[in-house]
Design a protein around this ligand. Structure first.
Ligand code: FAD
Ligand code: NAD
Length: 465
């Protein structure tokens, strides 16, 4: 039996980052992962592979739609999906090996196998490495897996999840996407750009329903222009694999039956916490009605020496949220007093243009009765946007009407995923809209839209509209 200060189960961005921080703080740490590669959902079948395919398909889209106007003429442009997937696999494999390097560098013992609680201080590892580990503290970081509802069970052949969509053998002629959330729109964009007809079937009246309403409206316009079709307020009844394709039956708003057919159906209706095989019952660790491991404000379960982080607990299912929680628990165990500002965890949708958001939405603030000022600035008014032919989008800054404190920033813009960090930093320091407006922004850049939207929020003082 090996003894550790901390045993972490799950090597996703929550688990591996938490393990590094534990090791940095002098805690003897072990990391258990059931798969042969480290990095969890994010590195293997999530963030990294999806962004690799998004970038490849975006290059293809530019080559077929925009290069000519730039004065670049290429004959016989062809999408080679096999090569795109191979490149994606190389990116994943390099990134995953990077995590193995980090584990070795930080002297973290990695065990490959399923980690299971025997009791509150003992963990068994079963698989490639068989071991029994004794731990002062245990961190559960087992992540999540794709969710689905009755009638839409993925068969991984024609009715697929994001995992299969990242490894397609052919460019579908037509693909139905159940769920107009992040996965549906990102992976829908990948294949839409390669020529697939994408039809989104969404339960809600709009896409990305939890984000600011303006973002949803603007992104719908962009995607319709790219050829997406949307079926809002449709309740999926069943999806069948017909051998050569899929047949989806749904009820529309009026209760009428709608039948849609396609080559594939991507089920993207959210993810659910993954706790199978963890042996939670052996230690008496509680889960809530949503299947999430229950934790307090310190990410501590009902068993005092067992903590849980990332997708398997409440909150946004995002890699950077999981990472912050990994660091938080490590520092807590080392006796420090860490803090996470959950209000300032940015969210991004990697369509093109990208959508990025931090803080409260206009709808949330209005519902809470907060008096606000809203400043917006269209991307097309930027010189930089015209120079690069990336003119779609808008930046929206929401500030408290009395104090001018920035309460939310939402943007659909080229490289919004990176641009949003200015807003996150400003809000972390509780900046006012005027603070952002008075900062000198380089010209010509997309970041000028953030300054202009802040000026508009301050006192309708935008300079270039
Ligand atoms: P995970 O990454 O899910 O890792 C958990 C690990 O635990 C897995 O490797 C699993 O095998 C292992 N495990 C589980 N049980 C056991 C056990 N008993 N023993 C041993 N090992 C076990 N988020 C973003 O922030 N940005 C993005 O761009 C983004 N894109 C995404 C794209 C897709 C297609 C998907 C599916 C997700 C995406 N996400 C993105 C979400 C992100 O991947 C997750 O929020 C993140 O991976 C959660 O990290 P985690 O450490 O909690 O769990
Ligand atoms: P999501 O929660 O983003 O979207 C699910 C969508 O499905 C919602 O619009 C919802 O209204 C709809 N829906 C739910 N039930 C439905 C039904 N029965 N019929 C039709 N529509 C239905 O979930 P997702 O897109 O599956 O992504 C899962 C998680 O992965 C998300 O929590 C997200 O945070 C994470 N993720 C993040 C990124 C990123 O950060 N860029 C990318 C991919 C995934």
């Amino acid at each position: 039996m090996s003894n550790y200060d901390v045993v972490v189960i799950g090597s996703g961005p929550g688990g591996y980052v938490g393990a590094i921080r534990c090791a940095q703080l002098g805690l003897k740490t072990a990391l258990i992962e059931k798969y042969s590669t480290l990095g969890g959902t994010c590195l293997n079948v999530g963030c990294i592979p999806s962004k690799a395919l998004l970038d490849s398909s975006e290059h293809f889209h530019n080559a077929t739609h925009n290069f000519k106007e730039h004065g670049i003429e290429i004959k016989d442009i062809k999408a080679n999906l096999e090569q795109m997937i191979n490149r994606k696999n190389d990116v994943v494999s390099q990134t995953c090996s990077g995590i193995k390097f980090l584990m070795d560098k930080n002297k973290i013992d990695v065990y490959q196998g399923v980690g299971s609680l025997i009791d509150s201080t003992t963990v068994s590892v079963k698989g490639e490495n068989e071991a029994t580990l004794k731990a002062k503290y245990i961190v559960l970081a087992s992540g999540s897996k794709p969710n689905y509802f009755p009638g839409m069970e993925p068969d991984k052949d024609r009715i697929i999840t994001s995992t299969e969509a990242l490894n397609m053998k052919e460019i579908p002629g037509k693909m139905l996407v159940i769920g107009g959330g992040v996965i549906g729109l990102e992976l829908g964009s990948v294949y839409g750009r390669l020529g697939t007809q994408i039809e989104v079937v969404e339960f809600a009246p709009n896409i990305i329903p939890t984000m600011d309403g303006t973002m949803s409206k603007e992104l719908t316009k962009v995607l319709k222009k790219e050829g997406f079709k949307f079926h809002f307020e449709h309740r999926v009844q069943k999806v069948e694999n017909t051998g050569k394709g899929v047949k989806l039956t749904a009820l529309n708003k009026k209760g009428e039956e709608v039948v849609l057919e396609a080559d594939y159906c991507l089920v993207a209706v959210g993810r659910k916490p993954y706790t199978e095989g963890l042996g939670l019952e052996n230690a008496g660790v509680k889960v809530n009605e949503r299947g999430q491991i229950e934790v307090n404000d310190h990410l501590q379960t009902n068993i005092p020496n067992i903590y849980a982080i990332g997708d398997v607990v409440r909150g946004a299912m995002l890699a950077h949220k999981a990472e912050e929680e990994g660091v938080f628990v490590a520092e807590l165990l080392a006796g420090q007093k860490p803090h996470i500002n959950y209000n300032l965890i940015p969210g991004v949708v990697y369509t093109w243009p990208e959508v990025a958001s931090v803080g409260k939405t206009e709808e949330e603030l209005k519902a809470a009765g907060v008096a606000i000022k809203v400043g917006s600035f269209p991307i097309k008014a930027l010189g930089r946007a015209r120079a690069s032919m990336d003119i779609m989008g808008t930046v929206k800054v929401i500030a408290d009407s009395e104090t001018d404190e920035v309460l939310g920033v939402h943007m659909i813009a080229p490289r919004a995923a990176d641009l949003i960090m200015e807003a996150v930093t400003a809000m972390e320091y509780r900046a006012s809209a005027e603070d952002i407006a008075r900062i000198c922004h380089p010209h010509p850049t997309y970041s000028e839209a953030v300054k202009e939207a802040a000026l508009a929020a301050t006192a309708d003082r935008a300079l270039h509209v």
